[in-house]
Ligand binder design. Sequence first.
Ligand code: A2R
Length: 312
Amino acid sequence: MKPRILQYGRLMPSLEKQLVEHFDVHRLIDEADPQAYVAAHGAEFKGLATAGFADVALMDALPNVRVISSFGVGVDRIDIAGALKRGIQVGNTPDVLNDCVADLAMGLVIDVSRGMGAAERHLRRGDWINGPYLLTRRVSGKRMGIVGLGRIGRTIARRASGFDMEMAYHNRRPVADAGMRYEPSLHELARWADYLVVIVPGGDSTRHLIDASVLDALGPDGYLVNVARGTVVDEPALVRALTEKRIAGAALDVFYNEPHVPAELMVMENVVLMPHIASGTVETRAAMAQRVFDNLQSFFATGQVVSPVTQQ
Ligand code: A2R
């Protein structure tokens, strides 16, 4: 008998197909009244495949679920402590997305400095006829401050070293073999950096980590790059800092209330805006989908997911 799995949210069609081949899957999105459905049928399910969400109310409605497999590395919308307390293993998709997220972070650094998007808009508007584009800012040899030197942060650092950048990082704790300076003060890192690249997990512990005071430390020549989560940045404070030219620019792949982006940012030429695409390549999304499947398959075969999450 195939284990019965509840699917929460939409997943890639290829993953949904693979799941259906190996598990007895029910999609909660097909239910007109999802709450009533889980109240009546929750006890049937042994596992949960989710697009990134699972709170304790959902877990309580699924008393026999022992595994949650989530699409993505970020687990900020999953109550990990609540899952572990209930004896539920949680699997996510780390590592397989490091390269593509780091590639996009580096692309954002270049775009926000060299004005690639803005210069292209200038050309497409026909403005080149009237004169050359503005001078932009050099990237090579500049200072990058990485906030969150984890799996992705280190991959970004390897990219930046190819641009002869000076690097330093801030975590809550220093990393043993980081190969660059640890800065215990986020404000000092921001003061020092030309680019502050944010790649910490989302959730309560990092909410508004980048606030007005950090942006003021970054200063009028500094750029903010966020490929982490929208919640990490105090978005109204960022809009004010940009409006008042207290920082040079920002490049953002994530927002506080996606897919809604503050109207003020839409019209700023020194701001690069991406619709949360950092891991969004064919190759990486396929690898993430495979890991969602592997976590479930491994759990039902061995009792262990491939990529366990042990803390928020
Ligand atoms: O603080 P530490 O020593 O636990 O280092 C982690 C750091 N970090 C923080 N740094 C400063 N203040 C905090 N409150 C804080 N919380 C965590 O972020 C660690 O070096 C880094 C996260 O690295 P990993 O756990 O390896 O995550 P990964 O795979 O690099 O992904 C980062 C995030 C995901 O959670 C998604 O939200 C996003 O990137 O795509």
